[in-house]
Design a protein around this ligand. Structure first.
Ligand code: SF4
Length: 285
């Protein structure tokens, strides 16, 4: 069992839910604790960083006039965006610290180029004029639960219909896992619906790794179901926060987890729980 300790300024009770953190909790409650409450550092990964780089390139490409949104133009943005990313996140220097000849980074940048090129086989940016890119959204539900996230692209048709688009640099999931992939999109659709009173016409996932596009046209009942699910999830998160009981849930995804050394499933001990347990909200300092 995890131990309790006095609150530290760095630790904070969860205040809102994003699609990634909701997925973390569904995957493994202890992983959620490590990320949201303990804020344990994680090593940058090549795949995740490449995803961030490709997202930045696709976002910036729309700065150019429609006719100039070509594959060579997009690829020409990669070096500058990579420099910008390294400046804003100095910890990324460790990714290629041992790559003295620069071969691994060259291959990695080449893969980013291929992902960017593949996007042009799936969408035509000369015919798109996004209403928003990298849009931060936040909505508070009637229960007080705050939902937030960043939407890669929002397209609005002349008729007012809204399409939410998300880029994935990995491969499309097998059909039996599509529901999990759509959870994030329905989350965003719910936020937009609650913020603007508009149910997005279409949710679109663009998989650059495999060259697939997954779409879903939501209806109000879908969004109500997601809202219900998020409330249940938030209740479970709050219970765990108050009790300090965060169960590990081992799956094959543990292979990607940075926290095996402090996970009981791998013989580790979590750090002391940094929040007070069992203190009602009204009595907290
Ligand atoms: S190693 Fe697995 S069980 Fe342990 S915290 Fe990470 S995801 Fe959870």
């Amino acid at each position: 069992m995890e131990t309790s300790a006095q609150s530290t300024p760095a630790a904070a009770r969860p205040a809102s839910l994003s699609p990634s953190r909701a997925s973390d909790f569904m995957q493994c409650p202890l992983l959620y604790r490590f990320r949201v409450i303990d804020k344990l550092p994680e090593k940058p990964s090549e795949a995740a960083t490449r995803g961030t780089l490709v997202h930045a390139v696709l976002e910036r490409l729309f700065d150019a006039p429609a006719g100039e949104r070509t594959p060579p133009q997009a690829k020409s943005l990669i070096p500058g965006q990579w420099d910008r990313l390294r400046e804003s996140r100095p910890e990324l220097a460790e990714l290629f610290a041992d790559d003295v000849e620069g071969e691994r980074m060259t291959r990695w940048l080449g893969e980013a180029e291929r992902l960017v090129e593949r996007w042009f086989t799936l969408e035509d940016p000369t015919r798109l004029e996004p209403a928003d890119r990298e849009l931060f959204v936040e909505a508070e539900l009637a229960s007080g639960l705050k939902l937030r996230g960043i939407i890669d692209r929002v397209d609005v048709a002349p008729t007012g219909e809204v399409r939410i688009v998300d880029y994935k640099t990995g491969k499309a999931p097998r059909p039996e896992y599509a529901e999990g992939a759509l959870f994030q999109m329905k989350f965003y659709a719910l936020v937009v619906w609650r913020l603007k009173g508009i149910v997005p016409r279409r949710l679109q996932l663009v998989y650059l790794g495999s060259g697939d596009v997954l779409t879903y046209d939501p209806v109000v009942a879908d969004l109500e179901r997601v809202e219900h699910k998020l409330h249940a999830l938030w209740d479970a998160i709050q219970q765990a926060t108050e009790s300090g009981q965060w169960r590990p849930r081992p799956t094959k995804l543990c292979g990607w987890c940075d926290h095996q050394a402090v996970c009981p499933e791998f013989g580790g001990t979590p750090p002391p729980y940094p929040l007070q347990v069992g203190v009602p909200e009204s009595e907290r300092p």
